[in-house]
Design a protein around this ligand. Structure first.
Ligand SMILES: Cc1cc2nc3c(=O)[nH]c(=O)nc-3n(C[C@H](O)[C@H](O)[C@H](O)COP(=O)(O)OP(=O)(O)OC[C@H]3O[C@@H](n4cnc5c(N)ncnc54)[C@H](O)[C@@H]3O)c2cc1C
Length: 319
């Protein structure tokens, strides 16, 4: 317990260090561990993983990896990449007017220019607007991911603006932030799609609950607000206790399987994903791909001491 309590902040700090990134990404052994969490580096790999998941009855959200972009060309490159992906995903699909879209893309505003020193807000909003327009034409949903707490106000403001044109646009709220219960109330109205997760970044005690128990209690309170609201809750967790809690709220509030969905990450608790689908629930898998996997990979390591141990053991096996 103390070990994991110390390790998590250290791994999360390393996730933002360019020096450690250079070291870790150059190690051949890293790739094998990364493959567990990331669908691959190419669009073809993402599309093929997506097809297999759809065939197994799961829904999918695809994330083109990248974050904290400080360069306009790179942000524009990310937009172009999403537009190509949406075009590839829409090919050969039958006209689809299902209320729950089987396909979604997830976006990080920091990859679209949010942190550029000049006009970052307007640039990210415009870039997200272009992607939402293409997604709407392709019959695909979009959800805007949550990043560290310094971006929350700006991200939610952009989401509010975009929802005027794209009322189906989803976003993410993080239960570890103390503000989130109130944000859930603001976003629990008709048509709103909120993915509730625990939160994956390193946050100070001023803004975020630090203990596992406090985060879990906050998650349960936030989930209740969303389930009692009029929107479409997206229950993003692998935690068995919270999955049970969600099913209890679903029962109490009389929601049916088209009124909410579970979400899990690619490569985590596959058997549980299949079990929930077999029980008649909607379950969406978050499929990340691309070569900018470092930050995402380190956050997955930080979540579980066993993942770090697995990573370290793989050195021994490959020496
Ligand atoms: C679909 C989806 C989208 C997300 N989007 C965001 C986002 O936009 N912003 C954000 O900050 N966070 C996001 N997250 C990450 C989230 O905040 C958590 O960090 C992550 O889901 C782990 O929390 P947990 O709820 O699964 O509970 P935990 O208590 O961390 O885990 C519960 C159990 O799940 C399994 N598990 C959890 N994580 C791992 C792992 N890495 N490897 C292996 N097993 C694991 C273990 O069995 C563990 O005991 C997202 C998560 C999901 C599922």
């Amino acid at each position: 317990m103390a070990f994991s309590g110390l390790l998590r902040p250290a791994v999360l700090a390393a996730s933002r260090s360019p020096r450690i990134e250079r070291t870790i990404t150059r190690m051949p052994v890293t790739k094998k561990v990364v493959d567990r969490f990331v669908a691959g580096e190419t669009e073809d790999a993402a599309v093929s993983t997506t097809s297999a998941l759809l065939r197994s009855g799961r829904l999918v959200t695809i994330d083109y990896l990248g974050e904290d972009t400080t360069d306009l060309d790179r942000a524009q490159g990310t937009v172009a990449h999403y537009l190509r992906l949406l075009s590839a995903l829409s090919k050969g699909r039958a006209e689809d007017d299902q209320p729950v879209r089987p396909l979604e893309v997830s976006l990080k505003l920091s990859a679209l220019g949010q942190s550029l020193p000049r006009n970052g807000y307007a640039i990210a909003r415009e870039h997200a607007h272009q992607i939402c327009t293409a997604a709407r034409d392709a019959g695909i949903w979009v959800t805007i991911d949550a990043e560290d707490h310094t971006t929350t106000d700006s991200t939610l403001a952009i989401v509010r603006e975009l929802r005027l044109d794209f009322p189906w646009l989803g976003t993410v709220l993080q239960a570890y932030l103390k503000r989130t219960e109130e944000d859930c109330r603001m976003f629990a109205g008709t048509g709103s799609r909120i993915r509730l997760c625990k939160g994956a970044y390193r946050e100070p005690a001023k803004v975020a609950y630090q203990s596992r128990a406090a985060v879990d209690e906050s998650y349960a309170r936030c989930l209740r607000v969303l389930m009692e609201g009029k929107g479409y809750p997206m229950v993003a967790t692998h935690d068995p206790a919270l999955i049970d809690e969600a099913l209890r709220y679903v029962h109490e509030t009389g929601r049916s399987s088209g009124d909410f969905e579970f979400q899990m990450l690619h490569g985590i608790r596959d058997a549980e994903q299949r079990r929930l689908v077999a029980a008649g629930h909607a379950l969406r898998v978050y499929v990340p791909y691309g070569d900018q996997w470092y930050g995402y990979f380190m956050r997955r390591l930080a979540e579980r001491p066993a993942n770090i141990a697995f990573f370290l053991r793989s050195f021994g096996r490959n020496r």
